[in-house]
Design a protein around this ligand. Structure first.
Ligand code: ADP
Length: 595
């Protein structure tokens, strides 16, 4: 086993790898860009070296610099994580030349899977089922069209060099073929400088089911069950779970053995994932093999009780696989969601900014948080805006989903838009709970998943925000009263309002572009609030960020993050944001206008 490794990555996966390495007594060297000097992975590592400016091409992708750092620090091996250099055959070659172990497959295996059409030819020979289609070298448009006509529409055009859903076009009918081919070729040329295409039958309701495989240097290969990643948005995974709902033992065995054949056909070593499309009739077809550790590997870890990074380190250092196929057991159900800084209500526009307030669910045997950021960290424009992976395990799917729903309400972030509320709606969706899964799930259930923040959020969170503001000002006024008798304090007004017996103060907020006002009357105990025409008797206590609220005698807790009047209220309905319009603000404006 290695004594010291370098991690050629950042964020959650770098932290994830360090955790296992440290548990095994392996020292870790981190690399970082100038933007990441204070990043979590740097703080966790035993040593860290800056490899260049923020853009990845100047830092995390600098092969020679990274190898130089590995040599200087005496690292025996490099873990590439996912993304960056993880599937870069020339880098693997360079590691070999520098006599540093690449924790992953040989360069030849990466190359074999680099082209979707070449990979298909290898898989065909290895007797791995393929989606019917054409993946030959002759690229004559008329020939491609003839194959499509023969197969029948819809068909899918795919760039052989493609990835991340780019260079793909569905063709629904023969008369759309030519323009779709042009468009796909153009996108492929722009994206990958290669416009070679393949055509395959487009399955209309497939599931994405992938098999985790592992191979050592001694010819042993095993599969560690499957993951269902059917819930996707623009061909990007959003929810991943294991095992796949409804998977029979026979199908698992058939798919697992096909995946192992795929890996063996290319002389694979280490962790790999063979992706399949699973059709409604139980037929499955090879899609591609990812020659690295996948983002969603934790769900496999939770159902098998294995640490896949440990397996990677063992395999790379020449040890045999920890388990044989017969010894691989699966237990319970695991689900992962990817928490992103993005705005689901605005076409998932990536968000950036500072994580001003960050609370995560407590980790235990059911809940796991894989993250690379802490409160106060920035999500910058330079890298993937993933904040964390939230992974949950329980005895069965229903319980795991229930737990996930709860864990999502405990994941509280203020300071930027995130997808946590969208994820919760997804997890709570009845069709999702019933495991009615296929890759079109999100599109099909769009209306339920994206109803904005209006409906369920109308009165209650605003009342909570008002109660919070009143309690908070009360606290501050009390504190100030202790320290001074300064009657010019802006909070002095609260005093005035309170003494006034027919007070009807309005606490005003900006919610989106709208101004909302909550009428307040003080009672002997608590307040009477009038919110959107509803009267509630409100009372409560504020303990740090916990708002213990009582509305009409119904007690419930909410959490509140505030930054200069910008209030985020977290309830089990999600996060509600508003801006408190400070009563003095108007005066200032008035003064400015007047003066
Ligand atoms: P990429 O490498 O760009 O991610 P993939 O070949 O892995 O492309 O396909 C990505 C996604 O596209 C799959 O997860 C699936 O949802 C969809 N897809 C791919 N091939 C087909 C097909 N033949 N029929 C239907 N959907 C497909």
């Amino acid at each position: 086993m290695f004594n010291k490794i370098l991690i050629a990555n950042r964020g959650e996966i770098a932290c994830r790898v360090i955790r296992t390495a440290h548990r095994l007594g392996i020292r870790c060297v981190a690399i970082y860009s100038e933007a990441d000097a204070n990043a979590m992975h740097v703080a966790m590592a035993d040593e860290a070296v800056c490899v260049g400016p923020a853009p990845s091409k100047d830092s995390y992708l600098k092969m020679d610099t990274i190898l130089e750092v590995a040599k200087q620090t005496g690292a025996q091996a490099i873990h590439p994580g996912y993304g960056f250099l993880s599937e870069n055959a020339p880098f693997v070659q360079k590691c070999q030349e520098a006599d540093i172990v690449f924790i992953g497959p040989p360069a030849s295996a990466i190359e074999a899977m680099g082209s979707k059409s070449a990979a298909k030819r290898i898989m065909e020979e290895a007797n791995v089922p393929l989606v019917p289609g054409y993946h030959g070298e002759d690229q004559d448009p008329a020939l491609l069209k003839r194959h499509s006509d023969e197969m029948g529409y819809p068909v899918l055009l795919k760039a052989t060099a493609g990835g991340g859903g780019k260079g793909m076009r569905v063709v629904w009918a023969a008369d759309e073929f030519d323009s779709a081919l042009d468009a796909a070729k153009r996108e492929a040329m722009n994206g990958f400088a290669d416009d070679t295409m393949l055509v395959e039958k487009y399955l209309t309701k497939p599931r994405h089911v992938e098999i985790q495989v592992f191979c050592d240097k001694h010819g042993n290969s095993v599969y560690l069950a499957e993951r269902d990643c059917s819930v996707q948005r623009r061909h990007q995974k959003v929810v991943e779970e294991a095992p796949a709902p409804g998977m029979s033992d026979e199908l698992r065995k058939a798919m697992g053995e096909a995946a192992v054949r795929a890996a063996e056909a290319i002389g694979y070593e280490g962790a790999g994932t063979v992706e399949f499309l699973l059709d409604e009739d139980g037929s499955f077809y090879f899609m591609e093999m990812n020659t690295r550790l996948q983002v969603e590997h934790p769900v496999t870890e939770l159902i098998t009780g294995q640490d896949l990074v440990e397996w990677q380190l063992k395999a790379a250092s020449g040890q045999t696989l920890p388990l044989s196929q017969d010894e691989v057991q699966i237990n319970g159900h695991a689900v992962e969601v990817r928490i992103y800084a993005e705005d689901p209500d605005n076409d998932f526009l990536p968000a950036t900014g500072k994580l001003e307030y960050l609370r995560t669910p407590e980790e235990n045997r059911y809940v796991r948080v894989d993250t690379g950021v802490r409160e106060g960290d920035e999500v910058s424009i330079y890298y993937d805006p993933m904040i964390a992976k939230l992974i949950v395990w329980d005895e069965n799917r229903d319980r795991a989903m229930q737990r996930m729903s709860q864990a999502l309400t405990e994941y509280r972030i203020a300071g930027m838009k995130t997808n946590t509320h969208f994820l919760k709606r997804l997890i709570d969706n009845s069709a999702f709970r019933a495991a009615e899964l296929d890759t079109g799930f999100i599109e099909k259930h769009e209306e339920d998943l994206f109803s904005g923040h209006g409906g369920s959020h109308s009165a209650n969170p605003l009342a909570l925000a008002a109660l919070y503001t009143l309690l908070k000002q009360g606290q501050q006024r009390q504190a100030e009263a202790v320290h001074s008798h300064d009657t010019t304090s802006p909070w002095h007004q609260f005093n005035g309002w309170r003494l006034n017996e027919e007070p009807a103060l309005a606490v005003r907020f900006k919610v989106g572009d709208e101004e909302k006002s909550v009428q307040v009357n003080w009672l002997n105990q608590g307040f009477r609030l009038s919110v959107d025409g509803h009267i509630v008797i409100a009372d409560g206590k504020l303990e740090d960020d916990v708002l213990k609220a009582s509305f009409n005698g119904h007690n419930r807790n909410a959490f509140v993050a505030e930054l200069e009047g910008h209030i985020t209220v977290f309830t089990d309905q999600g996060a509600f944001e508003c801006q408190w319009l400070h009563p003095d603000l108007d005066n200032h404006e008035f003064e400015e206008e007047g003066g």
